[in-house]
Design a binder for this molecule. Structure first.
Ligand code: GSH
Length: 224
């Protein structure tokens, strides 16, 4: 039997979340290896050039250590929900928006959330910059409910984990802002069966552990 692809993942990492969402949507089972960032397994360090999660090791040994590339890898094989072919706009439009969120938005989010690491920055100013990006998303969402039309696409699933991270930094403040469609969009994501499923908890992986199959409801633990 061909070995499963291996996904080095960390439950709370938004990059790993988006990769796990796409693997589920594409119906691609993987062997999940939970990484603890302050105690990275030697096998993970040997496999991942960047030593970041998520990292996927394909059955042919190829390594992908960028979350968006893992999403595209899975969805190019199988995309039953049409995440790569949105109702409105095209793949390039989605990639441009994702790049913007991964860039300026994520930078402000980090300076807001991890403000003690950025003593030279004003936390609330950074929150304001990130919020301006979310207001732009609200305008898009108000048109059709999702970022590129009336159903979820790659862009929604790549971006939502970061909006969630932003919201959770100060949920009371976030909930008090006037972005009703954005809030409904985030809530639909957080309440979805798929999101719940990708947030299952796994113990830290170590060599010799039984294989944890992620993406196959009927065989979550099978002997190595
Ligand atoms: N560009 C990468 C970024 C991934 C990333 O930065 N992941 C964080 C965790 S959320 C990480 O692994 N950091 C390494 C560390 O903390 O040692 C991707 O999209 O996969």
């Amino acid at each position: 039997m061909t070995p499963l692809p291996i996904l080095y993942s960390f439950r709370r990492c938004p990059y790993a979340m988006r990769a796990r969402m796409a693997l589920r949507a594409s119906g691609t089972p993987v062997e999940l290896r939970e990484v603890v960032l302050r105690d990275k397994a030697p096998e993970f360090l040997a496999a991942s050039p960047s030593a970041t999660v998520p990292t996927l090791v394909a059955a042919d040994g190829g390594v992908i250590d960028e979350s968006l590339d893992i999403m595209l890898w899975a969805l190019c094989m199988n995309d039953p929900e049409g995440w790569l072919a949105p109702e409105a706009g095209a793949l390039d439009d989605m990639l441009a928006l994702i790049e913007h969120i991964d860039g300026p938005f994520k930078q402000s989010l980090d300076r807001y959330k991890y403000d003690t690491r950025h003593p030279d920055r004003d936390r609330l100013e950074e929150r304001g910059k990130a919020a301006a990006e979310l207001v732009a998303l609200e305008d898009r969402l108000a048109e059709s409910g999702w970022l590129f039309g009336g159903r979820p696409s790659l862009a929604d699933m790549a971006i939502l984990p970061f909006v969630r991270q932003f919201a959770n930094t100060d949920r009371a403040w976030f909930d008090g802002e006037d972005w009703p469609t954005l809030k409904a969009w985030l809530e639909a994501f957080e309440q979805s069966d798929r999101f719940q499923a990708i947030m299952d908890k796994y113990p830290q992986w170590a060599a010799g552990d039984p294989v944890t199959v992620f993406g196959d409801e009927f065989a979550t633990q099978s002997p190595a």
